[in-house]
Design a binder for this molecule. Structure first.
Ligand code: FES
Ligand SMILES: [Fe+2]
Length: 355
């Protein structure tokens, strides 16, 4: 791999030595040369001739044209502007105007798992495939699985706060929350590699739409929502529902992944994956559930988070001394932990704004 790569980037803003979602496998089918800015760096994702995924810098080193506007020729990406060609290692291997010399773009380690493409933006030598995040309930034989993408005009931590603190569903999402949400018992656990928030709602009658998805109807249920956060901003949410009426006991649930990748320090790629057990939900139920989630994320979560980010501007929310409520505990823990990790990685002071 060429040496002109990942160590030359400014440190301290993002956790660099971590796996981030770069995209979904199906996106590469729709767009063979997929341009995406990740951690403020222009990246080009594509499959080479053998079908293997590659990720190289998207900015041609000659006149900085996007390589994504070029084309694939054999195993090279050829720049549309003056024809330089680059291989999957980022090395320039074709120059119609003279020698290729040391011309290169960065190249990034990748891993593809369960339809998710992960990228390593840090020190390539530290990329360890055994640490690529894996999730269960993505096996389509057993589960209905839906992959979705949203662009957020907000810092990625604001977006992961939104999942870590699900008290908002009672107020922002009438189709998902009830008054039982704010009355719930909430447990926040700091585990070595994650923060887990468990919210137990008791004796709740779900909104009819949700009661339909979980097939609990209007019967009272106990609902547990468990959110697991892992740095930098990968969250899993499990919802477990059980009826408490002894007549016809029923258990159901869902899983969703909320994987946030910083595009810049003020915008985010939001990759989500939702799944429902095939034994508990038919195709039509799953489809309407996935559509409802997409609608909720797009028309309810996104507008409030984007608007919140606009008012916060370029500040870190913690620097603005927000009124902290008990519901913010997990957010504070996650921010503190990530801040420490970034400081350790960059060798700088710990900008711990979360205490
Ligand atoms: S800008 Fe790419 S070859 Fe000139
Ligand atoms: Fe929400």
């Amino acid at each position: 791999m060429p040496s002109q790569t990942n160590t030359e980037r400014p440190s301290g803003k993002f956790l660099r030595n971590a796996w981030y979602v770069a995209g979904f496998s199906h996106e590469l089918k729709q767009k063979p040369l997929l341009a995406r800015t990740i951690l403020s760096q222009p990246v080009l994702l594509y499959r080479d001739e053998s079908g293997e995924l590659a990720a190289i810098g998207n900015r041609c080193p000659h006149r900085f044209a996007p390589l994504s506007m070029g084309r694939l020729v054999g195993d090279q990406v050829r720049c549309i502007y003056h024809g330089l060609g680059f291989d999957r290692s980022g090395k320039c291997v074709h120059n119609p105007h003279g020698p290729t010399g040391s011309i290169a773009v960065p190249a990034f380690p990748l891993a593809e798992r369960d339809g998710i493409v992960w990228i390593w933006m840090g020190e390539a030598a530290l990329a360890d495939l055994s640490t690529v995040p894996r999730f269960d309930r993505l096996d389509t034989a057993g589960y209905h699985v839906d992959y979705g993408y949203l662009h957020g005009s907000a810092h990625y931590e604001l977006m992961s706060d939104n999942i870590l603190d699900l008290s908002h569903i009672e107020f922002l999402h009438p189709a998902l929350g009830t008054e039982a949400v704010s009355k719930a018992k909430v447990l926040v656990e700091q585990q070595p590699d994650r923060i887990v928030v468990t919210r137990r709602m008791r004796d709740e009658v779900l909104h009819p739409g949700l009661g339909g998805v979980y097939r609990t109807g209007t019967r009272p249920v106990n609902r547990t929502m468990t959110v697991s956060w892992a740095a930098p901003a990968n969250l899993t949410l499990w919802v477990d529902v059980e009826t408490i009426d002894d007549g016809q006991p029923w258990q159901s649930g869902s899983q969703s992944l909320h994987l946030f990748t910083p595009e810049t320090d003020s915008s985010t790629h939001y990759f989500y994956v939702a799944s429902l057990d095939r034994e508990k939900a038919d195709e039509a139920t799953a489809e309407s559930f996935f559509n409802a989630l997409q609608r909720v994320f797009t028309t309810e979560d996104k507008p409030i988070i984007d608007a919140q980010a606009e008012l916060i501007g370029h500040s870190d929310i913690m620097e603005l001394k927000p009124a902290l409520l008990p519901i913010d505990k997990a957010n504070v823990f996650a921010r503190r932990r990530l801040s420490k990790m970034i400081a350790q990685e960059s060798g700088g002071p710990n900008h711990d704004s979360g205490s």
